[in-house]
Design a protein around this ligand. Structure first.
Ligand code: GDP
Ligand code: MG
Length: 178
């Protein structure tokens, strides 16, 4: 944005059913009645200001990604508009983990000359008995992707705040090194 570097447009991408919208709802504060800080800008767009390391940051979170081929325009748009990306898979669904790799490649192709902050997110970490992707596989994949990695559980709200703080830090790191 023109007003400075405190607005971050963060786009969630990933296979259907991995928990993107559930994570977005937690971000939006749907589950914490004490906090009405979030503006819902549209059905799938949320805005919220967080304090991260003593500095405020406003995240505009976009949750409009669909994997259907008829939504190609939305996909292309999503690949262009993000300042940062959360590539989400489910630790209970290996196909969604493989999809995450595909999406990373697609994003790299769409934004070739840019060093875009990305966090690879292994969601549903509460479902221990159904795990199909190990923590070390997730971590190794992030090394190959050259991005950060975190496992979250939207269901029990584990690491969700850390995820959104983390993406702000990733954008700042790049901004500060310019
Ligand atoms: P999306 O298609 O990526 O937006 O996925 P949704 O947010 O709609 O979630 C798909 C299903 O997974 C829903 O039934 C959610 O309640 C469930 N879900 C999402 N996150 C978690 C999680 O961390 N743990 C568990 N156990 N279920 C989850
Ligand atoms: Mg959704």
């Amino acid at each position: 944005s023109e007003s400075g570097s405190t607005y971050y447009r963060v786009v969630m991408i990933g296979e259907h059913g991995v928990g993107k919208s559930t994570l977005a709802n937690i971000f939006a504060g749907v589950h914490d009645s004490m906090d009405s800080d979030c503006d819902v800008l549209a059905e799938d767009t949320y805005e919220r200001t967080l304090m991260v390391d003593g500095e405020s940051a406003t995240i505009i979170l976009l949750d409009m990604w669909e994997n259907k081929s008829e939504d190609e325009w939305i996909q292309d748009n999503c690949m262009q508009v993000g300042d940062a990306y959360l590539i989400v898979y489910s630790i209970t669904d290996r196909a969604s983990f493989e999809k995450a790799s595909e999406l990373r490649i697609q994003l790299r192709r769409a934004r070739q000359m840019e060093d875009i902050p990305i966090i690879l997110v292994g969601n549903k970490s509460d479902l221990v008995r159904c795990r199909e992707v190990s923590v070390s596989e997730g971590r190794a994949c992030a090394v190959v992707f050259d991005c950060k990695f975190i496992e979250t559980s939207a269901a029990v709200q584990h690491n969700v705040r850390e995820l959104f703080e983390g993406i702000v830090r990733q954008v700042r790191l790049r901004r500060d090194s310019k």
